[in-house]
Design a binder for this molecule. Sequence first.
Ligand code: NAP
Length: 263
Amino acid sequence: MRFTDRVALVTGAGSGIGRATALRLAAEGAKLALVDRNEEGLAETVALLPAGTEAWQRAMDVSDEAVVAACVADVVAHFGRLDVLCNNAGITGGPTSYAIATEQDGEIWQQVMAVNLYGPMYFTKYAARQMQKQNGGAIVNTASVAGIRSGAGGNAYSASKAGLINFTMTSACDLGQWNIRVNAVCPGLIETGMTKPVFDYARANAKEHKLGSRCELRRYGRPEEVAAAIAFLASDDASYITGQALPVDGGNTASLNMPGMKV
Ligand code: NAP
């Protein structure tokens, strides 16, 4: 029960990793502010929370600064405080975003940056102002292995996650003096709404055994496994950890994983 009497705001809470994070934090006693643009998904998450969980929810777009500012103000008005921020909402940019460097689309870059990088920046800006008043808080950003290496997403997605890893470091340095810790998780392949097309394709084509097979643990991950790492970084168990990006990837980024080099 590491989050008893603590208020946690989770974005992208209507699906996948955000939902699993909301459930994990609630199971450990947190009061929750849940945000997603998908109103239905948000309602499903709320329905799954343990009985008695205090939850506030809002269907909104994380990339709109005025909307984010109002959201944080309303959460603080509702709960009186804000202890944990999980910047988790994200998008891939769609199938065309996987084009090679000579075929990049500036509009897709703007959409992906707006959600994956500007969204966390806006939430950090307003949430950290409240955390400064409390002289403490924890922010956990959901980045990706795509922000560390090429090959796990389109160019815009990868650049947005690399940017988020760096923003994790710069904001950790800015905010440490107020005892506000900022860290990131870098998931590998996890089965969620975002990766559903990949999983659907593999299952429809008898390629399920290939999903995650290039990870050292030889499997893909579950949202709950990322949520556990987010909860750790958000908790006092990580009280001396800030500015770090933790891969949660079955060992994927630990290896060059060169085809032909393994038995
Ligand atoms: P997901 O199941 O698609 O969940 C993401 C949620 O965020 C969705 O409900 C989505 O709504 C919402 N969202 C998207 N744009 C939004 C916006 N502008 N404002 C508010 N909500 C928005 O995907 P996930 O895999 O759990 O993704 C969570 C995070 O993990 C993302 O940042 C993703 O990049 C990261 N990640 C995922 C993986 C993986 O393998 N799954 C790996 C590395 C990193 P819609 O359904 O309407 O889009």
